[in-house]
Design a protein around this ligand. Structure first.
Ligand SMILES: Nc1ncnc2c1ncn2[C@@H]1O[C@H](COP(=O)(O)OP(=O)(O)OP(=O)(O)O)[C@@H](O)[C@H]1O
Length: 577
């Protein structure tokens, strides 16, 4: 359960961690960007020299071939460096997002089901897709740019200062204004982005619910009301998106204004300097060469700042997504899942196995324990029946045994290994099927099952007719639509029959079944019993006949004193007070 601890205390911490993981590529991208700036300075320098020497200093048009070749080489080198920067940063982003998605999967895997069930599937899908994709701009653009915003203008400033310190000073004075205004605008953008993400997740959940319940909504004639509700939610989302866009446009306008003013002031200085109107400082020494060189470099000085402002919104989006994901993730989620292989490779062994449940207490974290002092010793071929009135924690016991919930105390060990880490079948009250064919659904638990095996099992379960005509590759509707409750239960059992596991947990397998389906299910369980250990939650008297041990839960068994009773003629459950 250590993996469940939320080690990332905040979104910025998660962002830092992700960029640290990719720092090798990202630093190389920054180095390429800085070198590309150096090439840019060399490019303008060579161009000015070519023009000055070829057009003005010597009579006639004589362009030096060496300078020309150097100019082309520098331009090509710069293009190559820019491309390398882009590829490195984009690879860092792809790898970072892949790692994030893997970590999210691990986190979902480690989180107890009751926590996952609190979130709508659409919100989870939105986390998986949009929230993770929001990191793209941060890693591929913002991260390298935050360093290039300092490095590139610094290199250009040094070149300008070297050529004419007064022009350099003008650029230096105007530069800090831009980040200052950007920071002010950016703070607002961050809050808006946060709201934007929350609203999108809620809208996704709301919309999916309506789509799922489409038939019910039509039956209740609530289509108009639903449409109005979706429209109103979408409108709220639209308003937040528009506000975010307004902030983005405002920040661009601020930046354009200040950089235009700064470039104009440098141009004025050079113009008046060349006309001889300024006789102060280095102005008197200005030439057409130095003037042109500075004028070409001035917009380049602001370009990294402009890009930074543009990418600042990538950071705001990534931060909002990181704030959503940080509480769900821990550093251990980013490590390869060692436990996965252990849980997926253990095949069902036909030999006799031993299950020892000792002093098990179950409940939901943060709430009072539901049951405590549960003890049992089972071996292959035995069945434990759990019964008791509603709400006493029968399903919770099964979920704890299945490892879907942490035990409050005590243990359940199969052949001395924790049961929760072993492969087992758990058939919940609500059967779950994936959108796919019969074969897809059966092979979820039995990937090796052949067609004849699947047909044989379906026929044992009285489902042969359903696949007789259209075959095993006919699609089953999502969540088993088109199948009755009894048929769904039998599809669940078919999976277990195809790949029996050492322990099979069943939650009310015969509840709300017609007599015929119930008889089939009980008969199949009877056949299954010698090959496995059955733990069944049920009140069905017919299933009591299968049971070797019985936990009769009562309100009193909530406390540490077990109070479990054995059913007549059944093996007494061990009590260890
Ligand atoms: N996610 C949860 N967080 C906290 N308590 C929960 C959660 N889910 C269920 N409970 C509570 O745990 C108690 C036991 O639930 P459980 O489903 O295990 O009962 P049960 O004996 O299987 O009931 P039933 O026979 O009606 O299926 C209930 O009181 C329920 O309200």
């Amino acid at each position: 359960m250590a993996a469940m601890a939320a080690e990332f205390s905040s979104g910025p911490e998660l962002l830092r961690f992700l960029s640290q993981q990719q720092q090798h590529r990202l630093r190389l991208a920054v180095a390429c960007g800085a070198l590309a700036t150096a090439c840019l300075i060399a490019q303008w320098y060579l161009l000015c020299t070519l023009l000055f020497q070829g057009l003005l200093a010597t009579p006639g048009l004589t362009l030096s071939p060496v300078l020309l070749a150097a100019l082309v080489a520098v331009m090509l080198l710069r293009l190559g460096l820019l491309r390398a920067q882009e590829v490195l940063a984009s690879n860092a982003s792809t790898t970072g997002r892949q790692a994030l998605r893997r970590a999210l999967l691990q986190s979902w895997q480690h989180r107890p089901v009751y926590q996952l069930a609190q979130q709508s599937p659409a919100a989870l899908a939105s986390q998986w897709l949009e929230d993770v994709d929001a990191f793209d701009g941060y890693l591929a653009r913002y991260w390298p740019q935050q360093y290039l915003t300092v490095l590139a203008p610094l290199l250009i400033l040094l070149a300008v200062l070297y050529t004419d310190w007064l022009a350099g000073l003008l650029l230096l004075c105007s530069a800090p204004l831009i980040p200052l205004f950007m920071a002010l605008v950016g703070m607002g953008a961050e809050q808006l982005n946060q709201r934007h993400f929350l609203l999108r997740q809620r809208l996704a959940g709301h919309f999916l619910d309506r789509i799922r319940q489409l038939a019910t909504i039509k039956r209740l004639q609530a289509v108009a009301a639903s449409r109005a509700e979706v429209a109103s939610r979408s409108d709220q989302y639209r308003q937040v998106v528009m506000r975010t866009l307004k902030v983005a446009f405002l920040s661009s306008a601020v930046l354009e204004f200040f950089s235009s003013v700064a470039i104009a002031s440098v141009a004025l200085y050079i113009g008046f300097g060349l006309l001889g109107a300024i006789n102060w400082g280095p102005a008197a020494g200005l030439t057409l060469f130095s003037g042109l060189f500075i004028l070409l470099l001035a917009p380049e000085f602001f370009q990294p700042l402009r890009s930074f402002a543009q990418f600042y919104h990538d950071k705001a989006s990534a931060l909002a997504a990181a704030n959503q994901l940080a509480p769900l993730l821990s550093r251990s989620d980013f490590q390869p899942a060692a436990a996965d292989t252990a849980t997926t490779t253990t095949p069902a062994a036909p030999v006799v196995q031993q299950l020892l449940i000792s002093q098990l207490a179950v409940g939901y974290p943060g709430a009072a324990r539901l049951q405590a002092g549960l003890n049992a010793r089972l071996h292959t071929g035995q069945c434990l029946l759990i019964s008791g009135s509603s709400g006493l924690g029968k399903t919770t016991i099964l979920q704890t045994l299945a490892g879907l919930l942490p035990a409050c105390s005590g243990s359940a060990r199969l052949n001395q290994q924790p049961l929760a880490t072993q492969v087992m079948a758990y058939l919940p009250q609500q059967p779950w099927l994936i959108a796919g064919s019969w074969a897809d659904n059966l092979r979820l638990l039995a990937p090796e099952a052949t067609e004849p095996q699947m047909r044989q099992v379906l026929s044992e379960l009285g489902l042969a007719e359903l696949v007789a005509e259209s075959g095993l590759y006919r699609q089953i509707g999502e969540q088993g639509q088109g199948l009755s409750g009894g048929q769904l239960q039998r599809v669940q059992l078919a999976r277990v029959l195809l790949a029996p596991t050492a322990v099979v947990l069943l939650d009310e397998p015969t509840a709300s079944l017609d007599n015929q389906s119930r008889d089939i299910v009980i008969n199949v369980l009877r056949q299954l019993k010698p090959k496995t250990m059955l733990i069944i939650v049920s009140h069905d008297p017919a299933l009591q006949a299968l049971a070797d041990q019985h936990w009769q839960l009562t309100a009193a068994t909530k406390d540490a004193t077990p109070g479990l009773t054995a059913a007549p003629a059944l093996e007494q459950v061990q009590h260890e007070a």
